[in-house]
Design a protein around this ligand. Sequence first.
Ligand SMILES: *Cc1c(COP(=O)(O)O)cnc(C)c1O
Length: 401
Amino acid sequence: MTTSQTTAINVPLLDLKPQYDRLRDEITAAVHEVMESQYFILGPKVAEFEKAVAAYTGAKHAIGCASGSDALLLALMALDIEPGDEVICPAYTFFATGGSIARLGAKPVYADIDPVTYNLDPNHVRELAKTCKRLKAIMPVHLYGQACDMDAFLALGKELNVPIIEDAAQAIGTLDDTGAQVGTRGLIGCFSFFPSKNLGGFGDGGIMTTNDDAIAEKLAILRVHGGKPKYYHKVIGINSRLDALQAVVLDIKLRHLDQWHAGRKENAAFYDKAFAKAGAKTSEYPLSAGGFPLRTPTPAKAPARHIYNQYCIRVPAEMRDDLRQHMADHKIGTEIYYPVPLHIQECFAYLGGKEGDLPESEAAAKETIALPIYPELSTEQLAHVANTVISYITEHAAVKS
Ligand SMILES: *Cc1c(COP(=O)(O)O)cnc(C)c1O
């Protein structure tokens, strides 16, 4: 293949079409069945899917809801979180993690991350917990599809006498260091079926897992405005239900999920190998320590499993945005997750957070960039992405030194 042909390869950050193409007939039939039944909200199809998720994760209960954001909100509502209560969560995450806490009038207490895994740092959580007066929960995130240090958080939760709510929105099928599915060891696991997650619906959807019978029942009541029986309300809930149309689509996709995870892992291994050959390191930190200025994600050691909802590389801040433009010029889609950590988002100014408070979150926000990783990428596409990154960094690192 000539160079000009290589540069013509188009690599979107995510392309859901090939997955749909393969499942079209099966999905169309299932959607048609729901349309014929005219049973759209909750009902038997949702119950079936909830059972399938419980079986897949190994959790005792799975309760569907309208989105991953609502799963977090409902989980906190199930703990009776009140205005003024405190919940510790990472600052380097999707907005919903902190937003769900603030929505209840509670105070998100933003903690820093481990710079190697990008996951919530248990040591910083322990430190911050000492300053809390009304700590009610710790909410770690399994960011990018890699498990956080669940052993450490479960021990901390025990020590501080607060539950662990897992934001597993990006991590269905992720295994932690003990080989357990995420969302099954904390009190509640919260998952999202946003289309770009590894298990994505045809719109919004979410689910909560728990092994606690009382919590499961509470979650099921809270998602229907708190009514049980219908029209009799002991508590105030919200309207957050999973649709039957989403449930049948997700149920079909769930059967392929492990295979898709494996495809992402293979793609990650391709990048890892290509970048390592160019001199990139996995976990050495910081970038300024020298060598080729590129860090690849820390692969999970079995029995853990990283499901690579995102594959984020790390480059010097002064190169990052220019690299992104360079990738775009070569028809490669990338994304910045997340450009502004939550403690310095404008809407959280009232909490008094400022630049410099959480250095690792701030550095990650300036230095990371997500590459295409979806399972259907061809070897040519993967090579094009890897080569484009490597040639850019080689050229710019040489200019610098
Ligand atoms: C996607 C996501 C959510 C929210 O899920 P939605 O289904 O989009 O509401 C929450 N937390 C994290 C970390 C996410 O990535």
